[in-house]
Design a protein around this ligand. Structure first.
Ligand code: GLN
Length: 483
């Protein structure tokens, strides 16, 4: 029961084999047993969840046939949801109860899903290890000495631990794919603009994108159907016709051209990961795919470019946290300037401050041309690399991360070492492309390995089908940690 998929829950609810109250009760029991160790959740509201489940069961009994009605859900604590604390992993928003809902939360509500908890995350989604949360680190359910990845580490750990079959996440530079890889689950970051950013606390607006995290590609498709859609309240939301993301799940893969970028298999890639990716590629060949050797020559520039652009946007977005309108305000008295300074000094953690300082620097007069503008030019070159590659292949495959999950605390003294772990994920965000992570093995240290699938714009349905076909003939997505 614990490792049920969303699809299984939908079917069990529809056939009357289970009820929402039973599913929510089971989730709450697992949370009670394991969240103390994992610290995957910031807020748990059992009363609200059970009341929502009872209402869902009553609605179903009265003839409501919405398929996801009554399914337990955990939201990353970045999505505003009316009445729920929305902390974004920060002391700055520790006292913030959202007065309105994000489009994503509204869409999940409209589908009848029952929110049981809010997932821990890196502060303002800045991180790759979930060690930057004001609420403390999340532990990886596969080995509690190790990190779950970040910034959606709470969502990934929650799904891996069976707290819910699905959770929401966001991905600015890898934060859905990387924790999905570290925790052995499936996640997809859609094409930029597919999922509304309205009510999703902003980190780097030109990169941020919400998406689902689940056990299977099929579950991600079902969840993306709920999450995606045009929203006039987000000026970068795409007026893209509503799609059924499950429509290509059963498309055979014969003739599929998979591009393998040589830069993704170069120096620095862990040998177990390389072997697992190669084995997955062999599996795809057996399913009828052919392999094309491709190059993404500007791959090594993704890190310097991203770590200029993302902090630049963050320094602007985070200027709203000033202690005046909402969130933390210092108790110390002084001038208005003192109040701003003290509030921000107290409210933000070290990594967030590092990003704000970097961002303000690269945007400042005299440095804008040298850093920010250059980074934007590189961003274009990286996007062009992908378009050139898609002339030769249908999808790109490679690793999500150069290593498996590292030990908690191991990289604390060296933020650059953590940034380097983002080498394979950042390009996708810079180009605005969809990318996903699919579990394809366990390393000799027992930790999960993710295969990254990168598609061209709007190819989510195709990518989900490609992942689903693999999951029909392999069982890595069914492997669960011993808790
Ligand atoms: N690890 C990257 C960062 O720290 C990406 C985070 C994200 O995708 N939210 O910025």
């Amino acid at each position: 029961m614990a490792m049920q998929t969303l699809k299984q829950q939908i079917d069990a609810l529809a056939s009357g084999q289970t009820t929402s109250v039973a599913l929510v009760t089971e989730s709450l029991a697992r949370i009670a047993a394991h969240n103390g160790t994992l610290n995957a959740l910031i807020t748990i509201d059992a009363d609200k969840a059970l009341a929502g489940a009872a209402a869902a069961d009553a609605a179903r009994a009265a003839g409501d046939t919405r398929p996801l009605l009554g399914v337990p859900l955990i939201h990353k604590d970045i999505f505003c949801h009316e009445g729920w604390k929305t902390s974004c992993g920060s002391k700055m928003l520790d006292n913030f109860i959202a007065p309105y809902s994000s489009q994503v939360a509204e869409n999940c509500d409209a589908a009848g899903m029952v929110v049981i908890a809010r997932a821990n995350m890196d502060e303002f989604a800045m991180g790759s290890a979930n060690e930057n949360s004001f609420y403390g680190p999340v532990k990886n359910p596969w080995n509690t000495q190790t990190v779950p990845g970040g910034s959606s580490g709470g969502s990934a750990a929650a799904v891996a631990a069976g707290f819910s079959a699905v959770a929401t996440g966001t991905d600015t530079g890898g934060s859905i794919r990387q924790p999905a890889a570290f925790c052995g689950i499936t996640g997809i970051k859609p094409t930029y603009g597919i999922v509304s950013r309205y009510g999703m606390v902003a980190f780097a607006s030109s990169l941020d994108q919400g998406g689902p995290m689940a056990h299977t590609a099929e579950d991600c498709a079902l969840m993306l159907n709920v999450m995606a859609g045009f929203d006039e309240r987000d000026s970068t939301s795409l007026e893209h016709a509503k799609e059924d993301y499950t429509r290509e799940l059963n498309t055979p893969l014969a003739g599929l051209k998979i591009g393998l970028p040589r830069e993704y298999f170069a120096e620095g890639l862990n040998a177990d990961i390389a072997a697992a990716i190669n084995a997955a590629v062999e599996q795809y060949k057996a399913l009828g795919a052919t392999i094309v050797d491709i190059s993404l020559p500007n791959t090594k520039l993704a890190i310097p470019s991203y770590y200029v652009i993302a902090p630049a946007e963050a320094s602007s977005n985070l200027s709203r946290f000033d202690g005046v309108r909402y969130g933390h305000r210092t108790a110390k008295t002084g001038s208005l300037d003192d109040m701003y300074e003290q509030t921000r000094a107290e409210g933000f953690g070290a990594e967030v401050k590092r990003r704000i300082l970097t961002g303000a620097y690269v945007l400042s007069h005299g440095y804008y041309d040298a850093y920010y503008l250059q980074a934007q030019k590189i961003r274009r070159l990286i996007a062009n690399d992908f378009q050139a590659a898609f002339e030769q292949c249908d999808v790109i495959m490679g690793p999500v991360t150069p290593t498996t999950a590292w030990n908690i605390g191991e990289k604390n003294a060296d933020p650059i070492a953590v940034y380097l772990e983002d080498i394979y994920t950042l390009g996708v965000n810079l180009a605005g492309l969809p990318g996903m992570s699919v579990p394809v093995g366990l390393a000799s240290n027992g930790l999960p390995i993710g295969l990254q699938i990168i598609g061209n714009y709007f190819s989510e349905a195709k990518m989900l089908g490609i992942a689903h076909q693999y999951q029909q003939v392999t069982d890595w997505h069914t492997k669960a940690p011993q808790l």
